[in-house]
Design a protein. Structure first.
Length: 297
């Protein structure tokens, strides 16, 4: 895959040497720059499977990633604190009562459920950056296509890959330390309502939000600035790193997650499409969620 940025052959010579932002030809598609916003764009000319990396760089990709992490942490926290404050207004609470509320099953359900609106906000931000507030078609901007394959192809391939990943995850604890318990396990053990909330968020909203950020904005920006090899390595490490806190001590699980991240990033690189990544991510999370629901009754 070629990440070289070529100027359109019909571009004005002055625009080539002016030092100002210029239009860039990606996969035979011309995206208007700030110096020439009225340039006509033929979005239908490019093949569906051809990867398209737009004129945002590492800075924009990393900024979107940082915002996504902040929203994922802050929105659930604010929802839970607001709930506690509401309870305190209705009846005074002692410090011990506040601690009990924060550690209760209801607080855990709220904490997990509030991740859903955080994911929605993240998707909206990704849309705004990728499409330049709607000036570029979303389908082209983010790579919203099946890479010239039928959806059933990606569904079948994803099922096979997840099956292989499950085998790897089963074998890894024999070679890599895997701690028993932990804060995430304790939260899951608080009740069925918590586990259902985790399953819903992990299966419905997380694959879209995370793929838009990591394999969409972040990967494209890093590839634009540093090339595909660096982008593949960095996105794999960053995606794995943000999950370390959640799974700290579960090093076999973290290794399996790193393998999943690498596969997803390579899939994005090879296809230039985001939909296959979302399908694989969704099926993987769905299998994990079913396992959580069944294993804990």
């Amino acid at each position: 895959m070629d990440y070289e940025h070529e100027l359109p052959s019909d571009q004005d010579p002055d625009e080539r040497t002016s030092g100002q932002p210029t239009s860039v030809n990606y996969s035979n598609q011309v995206i208007a720059s700030s110096s020439n916003p009225e340039r006509s764009v033929d979005w239908a000319a490019a093949p569906e499977a051809e990867p398209v990396y737009r004129a945002w760089g590492a800075g924009a990709g990393i900024s979107v990633w940082l915002i996504s992490v902040a929203l994922t942490l802050l929105i659930p926290l604010l929802v839970v604190l607001g709930w506690v404050a509401f309870r305190a207004v209705r009846a005074p609470l002692t410090d011990q009562a506040v601690q009990e509320l924060l550690q209760s099953r209801s607080a855990s359900v709220l904490l997990v459920s509030a991740t859903f609106p955080a994911h929605v906000a993240i998707v909206v931000i990704c849309w705004a950056v990728a499409t330049r507030m709607g000036r570029v078609p979303f389908r082209t901007a983010i790579g919203w296509n099946w890479a010239n394959r039928r959806p059933l192809y990606w569904l079948g391939l994803s099922v096979l890959l997840v099956f292989a990943l499950e085998i790897v995850a089963y074998l890894l604890p024999q070679f890599i330390p895997e701690k028993q318990g932990g804060s995430f396990e304790e939260m899951l053990n608080k009740g069925l309502a918590v586990r259902v909330a985790v399953a819903i968020v992990a299966t419905i909203s997380a694959p879209f939000a995370e793929e838009f950020v990591y394999r969409g904005l972040l990967f494209s920006g890093l590839a634009y600035s540093f090339g595909k090899s660096a982008a593949i390595a960095l996105v794999t490490l960053i995606f794995t790193g943000v999950h370390v806190f959640q799974y700290y001590g579960h090093w076999a699980s973290i290794t399996a997650l790193a393998i999943l991240s690498l596969i997803l990033t390579l899939m994005r690189d090879r296809t230039g499409a985001i939909l296959p990544c979302i399908v694989l991510h969704l099926i993987n999370n769905a299998v994990q969620s079913v396992g959580v629901l069944i294993s804990r009754g």
